[in-house]
Design a protein around this ligand. Structure first.
Ligand code: FAD
Length: 429
């Protein structure tokens, strides 16, 4: 078994990075080489803006290269909760922004010629307990009535043609959801950004920022550069680089580990017995699971597994064992199937699980996708590019306040308690 992301392992390495020292004067510098930062850089470069991107490790080292591969449409929250928290207009607007983010990815792939197995697969939100079915169904009906008619309820009998498991008690089906090969999309975005004129440095962690004239100087161990505007696109990794000038985000972003395994490619008969519907699937538990088939028919099976703010080989391996047991619980016929990959990454949560984008502490920022950002990060990348060019009207999160989380400074000491609480809620539901 490889302790590596399947997306990384099946994508050719990016070869367009700058080889020399970090230096130069730019209009905009982007910190972070995931979907958000890369699409911001791509869009700015296309508009003729001089843009540089600095990535601490390699492109896709964060969530963008480590996720479960789902492009699920709409808001991950219950829609009634979203309306109560955000108000009717913003909840509708945000739901549609998620839908639009998938349309945007589809258009971008066509425009930039990116081969990444994008497919409108549809998503199933599966009821893990009989008691969850009524709530999921009521949410689906509300969504269908108010914001997304392309959804419907599947009862247990209808699910048989979709998921080869007796574990579920019905599902809400969301037609617009999609899936793609995340690594190939990421490298396609990076190639497009460079083709349009962006300069990208990998292995260039930003460790300092100071005022320089009307703009900023950013320092890395490989040199410094100057730019008028700084975009922070560091997501769940905002606390990973010691001394990074990202204190504002360390007080607001809660990094939480999420983990994934991928089996060997399944035989056709195993595919039919496992996911004949070939959709993205998410279970209804708080500490639940998400799964789909890869382009080469592996089962990619993920979940929170443990409430941890770490993702390294030891932590990933322990979570991999938990995930394997969960996978076998859902699909007993896969008990003996080899697991080829095991990896993990950090999700950047906000307290209310809604993302944020705007301007603060002298930076333009977009992050806090809370595990539901593989799609929205492309849209917010474009929004951040617009903000850097002085345009605010494309931001679906404009004006949403973002108070600091009490006693948080990058290290979420309270995660084990949250894990106990959500586990208890799952057991009692
Ligand atoms: C295991 C896992 C499974 C997931 N599954 C899904 C899914 O199926 N569907 C979905 O919608 N979402 C999923 N997500 C969430 C999704 O992947 C993220 O929301 C999205 O990729 C965030 O993109 P981003 O560009 O904002 O941040 P990231 O991709 O995390 O990129 C941030 C980058 O910033 C860099 N960085 C940090 N500090 C510095 C610094 N000081 N200097 C320079 N660079 C720095 C990091 O190295 C990193 O590469 C998952 C996440 C994880 C971890």
């Amino acid at each position: 078994m490889k302790f590596a992301s399947y997306w990384h392992d099946t994508t050719p390495a990016f070869s367009g990075a700058q080889a020399g020292a970090v230096e130069g004067r730019y209009d905009v510098v982007v910190i972070g080489g995931g979907f958000t930062g890369l699409n911001a850089a791509r869009k700015l470069a296309r508009e003729g803006v001089r843009v540089a991107l600095l990535e601490a490790a390699h492109l896709g080292a964060g969530g963008s290269g480590r996720n479960g591969g789902h492009l699920n449409n709409g808001i991950a929250h219950g829609y009634a909760d979203a309306k109560a928290h955000l108000g009717n207009d913003r909840a509708r607007h945000l739901y549609r922004a998620y839908d639009r983010s998938i349309d945007m990815i589809e258009d971008l792939i066509a425009e930039e010629g990116i081969a990444c197995d994008f497919r409108r697969a549809g998503k199933l939100k599966l009821a893990s307990k009989p008691s969850h079915a009524a709530g999921l169904r009521a949410n689906q009906e509300l969504v269908a009535r108010e914001v997304d008619p392309a959804t419907r309820w599947l009862d247990r009998a209808e699910l048989e043609g979709e998921v080869g498991s007796q574990s579920f008690h019905g599902a809400a089906f969301f037609e617009k959801s999609a899936m793609m090969h995340m690594g190939r999309y990421l490298s396609g975005l990076a190639d497009a950004a460079v083709r349009h004129g962006a300069d990208i440095w990998e292995q260039a962690p930003v460790t300092g920022r100071r005022k320089a004239g009307s703009g900023w100087q950013l320092d890395t161990p490989r040199g410094s550069l100057e730019a008028e505007t700084v975009i922070a696109a560091t997501g769940g990794y905002s606390a990973q680089v010691p001394k990074a000038p990202l204190g504002y985000f360390r007080k607001r972003i809660i990094p939480v580990g999420s983990f994934v395994i991928a089996t060997r490619p399944l035989a056709d008969s195993e595919v039919t017995a496992t996911l004949p519907g070939n959709r993205t699937c998410v279970t209804s538990l708080n500490i639940g699971n998400y799964f789909r088939l890869s382009p080469d028919k592996r089962l990619i099976f993920g979940g929170r597994a443990r409430f941890s703010a770490r993702s390294d080989q030891q932590s990933d391996a322990r979570s991999g064992d938990i995930l394997r047991a969960a996978m076998t619980g859902v699909f007993p016929h896969l008990a003996r199937v080899e697991v080829d990959y095991c990896w993990g990454g950090l999700v950047g949560m906000t307290r209310d699980r809604f993302p944020r984008a705007g301007e603060a502490d002298g930076m333009v920022y977009g992050m806090g996708y809370s595990g539901h950002g593989a799609q929205m990060s492309t849209l917010l990348g474009q929004v951040l590019a617009d903000l850097a060019m002085g345009r605010r009207d494309t931001n679906p999160l404009d004006g949403l306040d973002w108070p600091a989380v009490p006693a948080l400074n990058g290290k979420p000491w309270f995660l084990p308690l949250a894990g106990l609480w959500f586990g208890l809620k799952d057991r009692l539901s």
